[in-house]
Design a protein around this ligand. Structure first.
Ligand code: NDP
Ligand code: GDR
Length: 358
């Protein structure tokens, strides 16, 4: 970290997550002092940011972690008071759509009211004019298809407790911007993935399973609705868009997406191709099995437990505004992203198994 300091301080909630890790790297490269909020956990939850860790005894550390939680307003007020950030990136959330059906109240508290808590903390501390705020909004707000491609003007129709909580967060950001003149922006980000993606999201679940099957540690990949379509980009490129939003003179809301949509089934096929397995799908229905043409071996099975009570069938974003106003574009295509994730998991799974003594 030899970069000269740029005199700015950033605070990232959700620093231990996929986006938190990439954003921390980016901001440190740009010369920020980065404070991160992490939750207390009974086991280590900092694997994604281990390479950035600095001993707190070090002189003038640039990357500093604080225990905190979006459900605890006094804790948030104290952290913001202590760090006096120029920019806050609110990435913390219970971010799993299916889990939000199991824990809807907690999801509303953390993802919805949690956002309000930070905005109020900024106001209570009188930082409205100093601190810029980024909110991790989501394409899940579009939910039931109203129009495609989806843009900043497409009506919302959320389809899960997660999306409804994020919709509250979206509007409270808009309201605080208009009511108090805060520099607060929503990034409406479409799905973005990477080798750091949580293991229970569909892309990473697929790439890890492919790696485990290749190494002989897993027999079958069980999936839910493989007919859903998603607009997938690379997380490293999307965090740059977050930063760009806070560098603008005026706050606003922006879609970040690739503009291309892909059915889950094709991601599965492409992932298996990386280990030289050619999947042949039986029929087109989601209750059919995926079979390898040469051997007849079943690699993929559909398990109804992974179906959601209400599904988001089709996401395809229009990133034209972000391109025109922020100069943001994506580079990585989903096929390359998939290949990168499989390659990383082939190494990771082998390492884990060695670690387990197998
Ligand atoms: P992750 O699930 O990887 O990370 C979520 C982070 O939030 C983790 O650091 C997690 O901590 C933390 N967290 C969860 N609950 C709380 C809480 N109550 N208090 C404090 N921290 C909490 O998500 P991503 O990095 O993929 O996404 C970042 C944000 O962007 C999320 O808000 C997500 O909803 C949103 N988003 C993501 C998209 C994507 O495709 N990745 C697309 C659009 C929006 P811990 O590590 O301890 O679990
Ligand atoms: P999503 O991501 O719900 O779009 O939310 P996820 O990868 O969980 O699901 C994408 C699609 O795949 C289908 N699917 C499965 N999903 C999971 N997790 N596991 C399975 O076994 C499986 N089988 C099929 C799902 O039904 C869905 O249609 C992500 C999160 O990062 C959110 O936080 C973020 O807001 C949105 O992306 C944009």
């Amino acid at each position: 970290m030899a970069t000269e300091l740029n005199g700015k301080v950033a605070l990232i909630t959700g620093v231990t997550g996929q986006d938190g890790a990439y954003l921390s790297e980016l901001l440190l490269e740009k010369g920020y002092i980065v404070h991160g909020v992490k939750r207390r956990s009974s086991s280590f939850n900092t694997a994604r940011i281990e390479h950035l860790y600095q001993d707190p005894h070090e002189k003038d550390p640039r990357f500093i972690l604080h225990y905190g939680d979006l459900t605890d307003s006094t804790n948030l007020i104290r952290i913001i008071q202590e760090t006096q950030p120029d920019e806050i990136y609110n990435l913390a959330a219970m971010s799993h759509v299916q889990v939000s059906f199991e824990a809807p109240e907690y999801t509303a508290n953390a993802d919805g009211i949690g956002t309000l808590r930070i905005l109020e903390a900024i106001r209570i501390l009188g930082l409205e004019k100093k601190t810029k705020f980024y909110q991790a909004s989501t394409s899940e707000l579009y939910g039931l298809v109203q129009e495609v491609p989806q843009s900043e003007t497409t009506p919302f129709y959320p389809r899960s407790p997660y999306a409804v909580a994020k919709m509250y967060a979206y509007w409270i950001v808009v309201n605080y911007r208009e009511a108090y003149g805060m520099h607060a922006s929503n990034g409406i980000l479409f799905n973005h993935e990477s080798p750091l993606r949580g293991e229970t999201f569909v892309t990473r679940k697929i790439t890890r399973a492919v790696a485990a099957i290749k190494h002989g540690f897993q027999e079958t990949l069980f999936l839910g609705n493989i007919d859903a379509k998603r607009d997938w980009g690379h997380a490293r490129e999307y965090v740059r868009g977050m930063w760009l939003m806070l560098q603008q003179d005026k706050p606003d809301d922006y879609v970040l997406a690739t503009g291309e949509t892909t059915v889950i089934r094709d991601f599965v096929t492409h992932a298996f191709r990386q280990i030289d397995v050619t999947l042949r799908w039986e029929g087109e229905g989601v209750d059919e099995k995926g079979v390898c043409a040469e051997t007849g071996r079943v690699y993929v099975e559909i398990d109804p437990r992974y179906f959601r009570p209400t599904e988001v069938d089709l996401l395809i974003g229009n990133p034209a505004k972000a391109k025109a106003k922020l100069g943001w574009t994506h580079e990585t295509k989903w096929e390359a992203l998939c290949a990168e994730m499989v390659a990383a998991d082939l190494i990771a799974v082998a390492k884990e198994q060695r670690g387990n003594g197998e």
